[in-house]
Design a binder for this molecule. Structure first.
Ligand SMILES: C[S@@+](CC[C@H](N)C(=O)[O-])C[C@H]1O[C@@H](n2cnc3c(N)ncnc32)[C@H](O)[C@@H]1O
Length: 338
């Protein structure tokens, strides 16, 4: 709570809080009393919007009916469940503690506990994964009636087992075909893709992440948390980061927290890296509202992307074309300052 208090004062925050995302590590291991203290502490220090979206990231292996019913009663109204796959062999390979039946049980408990809005995280492009298993994962996930599915392509992250001992992975074509096949099933079942990895039933987009991708402001509270707060545009858009190591954080987060201003010259790319992940693209007014910069600051990259049909401009919005979205990294390269 002190961390929150410090940031609220440091950034003079008086705006109501629209969403809370409790994530990182396995917060679903905590007892309901911990979240009661957390949410009461937030309510004492800020104004929480009436319909605030409060998401808890949860691992299938931690699901107990009564506990999740208590989480729901405390006001947590959305879950993000880290399923990854319903294939036990692949779960073991990924080093996940849960198995496929716990994964299915987690969704059932979520419904029984009163959660009518929850996300299932799935991964594809997994080692030794036959093409059909990802489609099978999608079909199983949909049968559990979530309102949101996040579909992530496996990336080999530094300091992980797979990074050290890279497993045989499907080819780019196989991954692309798998993704296309999964997207077709999701669309047929009413899941609309609104972000590179996010698919939701109508009206069930993740509000917290939407704000993030729309280059909105957010506070990062806790060990390893990141925040972004606009004090004045364009010169005082601040990024904050808290020490990753819990001991360092608990010892003295104030002294070791970093707050840096994003250089106005870096703002166009920072904005696009988030906003162009969204299918909705952006309007010139929104760019100006969030960065304080004019559209000319996006040149010459903007024109280059329009000419190369990576971006298109329609109804006062710049959106990625199919090509631009599939090759977003190379699109963004056109905005890197030389
Ligand atoms: C990125 S967060 C996303 C949480 C939630 N879906 C959300 O909307 O905020 C955690 C998820 O990232 C995915 N993930 C973790 N490691 C990954 C990796 N190496 N490659 C791809 N996806 C990964 C897993 O599905 C994990 O549940």
């Amino acid at each position: 709570m002190l961390d929150l208090q410090t940031d609220l004062q440091r950034f003079q925050i008086t705006r109501p809080i629209q969403s809370i995302f409790i994530g990182g590590g396995t917060p679903s291991l905590f007892a309901p009393e911990s979240f009661e203290r957390l949410l009461n502490g937030i309510k004492q220090q800020t104004t929480l919007a009436d319909n605030a979206e409060i998401t808890l990231e949860a691992n299938p292996g931690t699901f107990e009916s009564h506990k999740f019913a208590e989480f729901r009663a405390l006001g947590i109204n959305r879950l993000s469940i880290g399923i990854q796959t319903f294939n036990d062999t692949l779960l073991k390979r990924l080093g996940r503690v849960h198995n496929a039946s716990e994964a299915q049980k987690a969704a059932t408990i979520a419904h029984q506990a009163g959660f009518d809005n929850f996300n299932l995280d799935l991964m594809f492009g997994l080692p030794d994964a036959e093409k059909f298993s990802s489609q099978q994962d999608i079909a199983t996930a949909i049968s559990l009636k979530p309102t949101h599915i996040s579909l992530y392509q496996l990336t080999l992250e530094p300091n992980t087992f797979f990074y050290k001992y890279p497993p045989p992975l499907p080819t780019d074509d196989e991954v692309f075909n798998t993704q296309q096949a999964c997207q077709t099933i999701l669309a047929e079942q009413g899941f609309q893709q609104y972000e590179i990895s996010a698919y939701s039933q109508p009206g069930r987009q993740c509000q917290h992440n939407l704000n993030y991708w729309q280059f909105g402001d957010y506070l990062g509270i806790g060990a390893g948390a990141h925040g972004k707060i606009s004090l004045a545009l364009p010169n005082l858009i601040m990024r904050s980061s808290k020490p990753k190591h819990p001991e360092h954080y608990l010892r003295d987060y104030v002294a070791v927290s970093l707050t840096t201003a994003i250089l106005p010259a870096e703002l166009p790319l920072e904005f696009l890296m988030n906003q162009l992940r969204l299918k909705q693209g952006f309007s010139p007014e929104h760019f100006q509202r969030r960065t304080g910069l004019g559209l000319s600051s996006l040149e010459p990259g903007l024109n280059l992307c329009l000419q190369e049909q990576l971006l298109e401009y329609k109804k006062n919005r710049y959106t990625c074309t199919e090509q631009g979205w599939n090759f977003l990294d190379s699109l963004l390269e056109k905005f890197i300052l030389v």
